[in-house]
Design a protein around this ligand. Structure first.
Ligand code: PHE
Ligand code: ZN
Length: 878
């Protein structure tokens, strides 16, 4: 096996940079295959360190020339290889280095550095892409002021953009032109960006709280301008919200977003010039679903919020990635909660956390929110760093209270503006403001694994006390066999028979607030003056990202489902009832017996459906049963995806049959006849309507299928059309074939819509799906070169189709292994992301486990492998 470079990087080895860069002048002359880059760096020795050689990072670079202080360098004064430039004996004083390199953007299939997407020149520098453009100390603690001059053929690239403000532009001989951009804010190289191409533009303005006028521009493929309205609106709302919620004002005269069709991730927060995967910008009622609108709103906000959390204050090193990502996810989640429904957002986020982060944390790729070592940083843009990272910030707020939390944030912005900071510095701000010791809290950043909490309550009717026994276990994870107890903030209530909360009295006095903090392996709490037997409602709002086991009875759970004042735990109670049933039925089915119904669960769902004070979006989430992955996670070992699937199908049929009339009534009631609007309330009504449609069709009767095909045909928006198609996709009926064909014919000119068509087919839980997916890989709509196409078809199959990816014959694994190997030659980041679909292989039953292991070994043994894929498969197999 050959790997690109073996380089475990360790947090404990961090050393400050030997050399600092004051200013960078870039002169970029765009050419499809030979773009010239001249970088002028004003360097100076870092005053805090001892004399050292100058070592600049490179990646696949070819040097054309180099001068120092304007003089050519002697050939023996430096060494330049594709991945390094070294001056062994630089003068120990400030000096200027001018380096010319040539890069080929058309050959760049990794989509890191400078590349072309549908003809547009664009850059992606996070995490280590800048070194593919020029030699540079490519690490986030080297912050410099950038001036960028771009020149290009005016016909090919009439639009030339870079970070900061435009300071000059003009025409040049021979049909060329140029633009000069200056960004006054020092920044790390990973935030550099430039764009050149033929692009349409939508413009608006924003006046900041202090009265500064900011030009807002969204650049898209010409002809797509009419699909930018929602993104622009989301941007303006984000800018206002950050002023109000965090006191953060925008700081340049212009803010630009560019949408490109080839992008490895969702979007990138380059200073003043965010570059987006176009699927997170473009939307219209006819082309985008409610879920698409919601993602656009969240990602526009996320990238905008990075301007303060990530850009003004950046990360000292990549181990601190959660400093910007966890915090910024927290901020975008709060934004969405304020824009939409807080309860619904929380439930959606927790579902997502459990479906991805808990799974990662339970398998061989588990790592702490702040890792201590990495082989390849690209593999650490994970749900653990992002979503669990956000949970840690939320826990800080839960522990300190909202007002103190906000003061801590203010202190952080104040103290570290313009710096490259660490998690310790972030947490210290909250410790200083609150005068609390947060040392134990730091374990959340260092220990991987999802803590397992047991909460058992017991009521003593004679003494009128409720005794709560709590205990915690943090399971072993790779390289972390033994764990320290964590600090776990648990929002708690005691729910009386009428559904109201009983007062919380401890040691003779009312509790201040509702947060219980468990910081020992076990603890016992006694609530006094409890007038009646209460039902424990704990971890309200999912205040801590833990697995919780309680001794609540089915009857207790139904009380919470019907009455809990915390909507999260109302939803959770139904999920817990359903999960208990599903796990029981999996066991029965595996033993060759029949699955059994649960009338109590059906009654709880009926009660939720009948409660017209509830938001439709909440009802829709409550009616959505735990996924196959949820069941697999609950069972934890020797997982048989077919049995999980059958148990879930059985339950959906039960609900569709037993609640038929109320679901039909709900389906009718949720059609309001108003023209489509993407707002949260209307989206919630559609969500409930479409959940009802889907459950009604679950038993497979003609009426349900007819209703779905009817909705498919008459829909006037993509949400309703896709929902109907998705319902049909689960049934092997002629209407499905007809609708899939019709969908392709309607939308084949629009790749982002065809992605939905690819995904839907990849997720069909039938044995013919693998062949279908295989043949779709040679469909003209598909391309291995475009990450969105790959993720929509192959990624959806691997990550979203539990029964078919995990086929007992191993053919699903073999197909994905082949795809990983093929992709790895073009785009290692996309390939390694796909390889993470194997992350739960050890939890499978033995036959599948062997098949998956064989597929992983085959990848590992390939003659050439990127560092990215090598890292994932070797950790998966370890
Ligand atoms: N920093 C980006 C974000 O989360 C994600 C990203 C990482 C994009 C690496 C591209 C490359 O906002
Ligand atoms: Zn981010």
């Amino acid at each position: 096996m050959r790997t690109e470079q073996a380089r475990p990087v360790r947090l404990q080895d961090y050393r400050p940079p030997d050399w600092l860069v004051e200013t960078v002048h870039l002169d970029i002359s765009l050419h499809p295959t030979a773009t010239k880059v001249r970088a002028t760096l004003n360097l100076r020795p870092n005053p805090g360190t001892s004399p050292a050689p100058l070592v600049l990072d490179g990646d696949g670079l070819s040097l054309s020339s180099v001068t120092m202080d304007g003089q050519p360098l002697a050939a023996d004064a430096y060494v330049a290889s594709p991945d390094r430039f070294t001056l062994a004996q630089p003068p120990q004083r400030p000096f200027t280095l001018t380096i010319e390199t040539v890069v080929d953007p058309s050959a760049n299939t990794q989509l890191m550095g400078l590349y072309r997407s549908s003809g547009t020149y664009c850059t992606q520098c996070e995490a280590e892409g800048f070194r593919r453009i020029t030699y540079f100390p490519d690490r986030p603690d080297v912050m410099a002021v950038y001036t960028t001059r771009i020149e290009a053929d005016k016909g090919q690239a009439p639009i030339l953009l870079a970070n900061g403000n435009l300071i000059e532009s003009g025409d040049l001989p021979a049909g060329r032109h140029y633009a000069v951009w200056h960004d006054p804010f020092p920044k790390p190289s990973y935030l550099f960006a430039m764009v050149g191409g033929t692009l349409g533009c939508v413009e608006d303005t924003f006046v900041t709280v202090s009265g500064r006028k900011v030009a807002l521009k969204i650049y898209v493929e010409p002809g797509k301008e009419s699909r930018c309205g929602y993104a622009m609106d989301a941007l303006k709302r984000s800018m206002r919200w950050d002023e109000q919620a965090f006191g953060r004002e925008y700081d340049l005269d212009i803010f630009m977003i560019v949408a490109v069709s080839d992008f490895n991730m969702g979007a990138m927060e380059n200073k003043g010039l965010n570059v987006f995967n176009d699927r997170y910008v473009l939307a219209s009622p006819e082309t985008a679903t409610d879920a698409d609108f919601a993602s656009i709103e969240a990602i526009i906000a996320h990238e905008y919020f990075h301007n303060w959390t990530g850009n003004r204050i950046t990360c000292r090193d990549w181990f601190q990635l959660c400093l910007k990502e966890g915090l910024t996810v927290f901020r975008d989640q709060e934004f969405t909660a304020d824009m939409r429904s807080r309860a619904v957002k929380r439930i959606a986020d927790v579902r997502n956390l459990r479906a991805h982060q808990f799974v990662e944390d339970a398998g061989p790729l588990a790592h702490p929110v702040r890792p201590q070592v990495y082989q390849e940083i690209n593999n650490f843009y994970t749900t653990t760093v992002y979503e669990k990272g956000a949970e840690l910030v939320r826990m800080l707020r839960t522990m300190l209270g909202h007002a103190t939390f906000r003061k801590g944030m203010d202190l952080y912005f104040d103290r570290h503006d313009g710096e490259a900071a660490t998690i310790e510095q972030f947490v210290q701000c909250f410790a200083d403001i609150s005068k609390r010791d947060l040392a134990q809290f730091m374990l959340w950043y260092a220990q991987a694994g999802t803590p397992e909490i047991i909460a058992d309550g017991e009521y003593d009717d004679a003494k009128k006390i409720f005794t709560l026994k709590l205990s915690q276990i943090v399971p072993p994870t790779p390289n972390q066999p033994v764990k320290e107890p964590m600090v776990i903030p648990l929002r708690t209530g005691l729910v009386g028979s009428d559904g109201a909360d009983l007062p919380l009295v401890v040691s003779g006095s009312p509790m201040a607030g509702d947060v219980i903090t468990l910081n020992q392996p076990a603890a016992t709490l006694v609530f006094e003056n409890v007038s009646e037997r209460p039902v424990l409602s704990i971890n309200r709002e999912f205040s801590a990202p833990v697995k919780l086991t309680t001794n609540l009875s089915a009857e207790d759970l139904r009380r919470l489902a019907a009455h809990d004042s915390d909507p999260f735990n109302r939803w959770q109670a139904v999920q817990t009832l359903a999960t208990r049933l599903l796990v029981k039925n999996v066991g029965l089915l595996q033993a060759g017996q029949n699955a059994i119904p649960d009338e109590g669960l059906i009654a709880a769902l009926a009660a939720i459906l009948a409660d017209d004070r509830l938001e439709p979006a909440f009802v829709a989430l409550t009616l959505t049963m735990p996924t196959e992955a949820d069941i697999a996670r609950e069972i934890g070992h020797d997982v048989d995806p077919d049995a999980n699937f059958r148990a879930r199908i059985y339950l959906r049929n039960e609900i569709g049959t037993k609640l038929q009339s109320v679901l039909e009534e709900t389906y009718r009631r949720m059609q309001n006849g108003a023209p489509y609007s993407p707002d949260a309330a209307s989206a919630g009504q559609r969500a409930l309507k479409n959940t009802a449609l889907d459950l009604l069709a679950a038993p497979g009767g003609k009426v349900g299928i007819d209703r779905a095909i009817q909705q498919y045909r008459s829909a006037d928006n993509m949400t309703d059309r896709m929902a109907a198609l998705s319902t049909l996709s689960l049934h092997d009926v002629p209407e499905r074939t007809e609708a899939l064909q019709d969908f392709y014919e309607r939308y084949h000119g629009d790749p982002l819509i065809i992605d939905k068509w690819l995904t839907l087919q990849a997720m069909i839980p039938e044995s013919g799906t693998l062949d279908r997916v295989r043949s779709l890989t040679s469909h003209p709509a598909f391309s291995m070169n475009n990450p969105n196409r790959v993720r929509s078809l192959i990624g959806a199959f691997a990550h979203g189709n539990a029964t078919q990816f995990n086929r007992a014959d191993g053919a699903g694994y073999a197909f994905i292994a082949d795809a990983v190997l093929t992709l790895d030659r073009k785009n290692p980041q996309v390939a390694s992301r796909l390889a993470t679909s194997f992350r739960s292989w050890r939890a499978l039953e033995s036959g599948r486990r062997e098949q998956a292991q064989a597929a992983l070994r085959r990848i590992a043994n390939a003659s050439t492998l990127s560092a990215d894929v090598n890292d994932i498969v070797s950790r998966a197999l370890a």
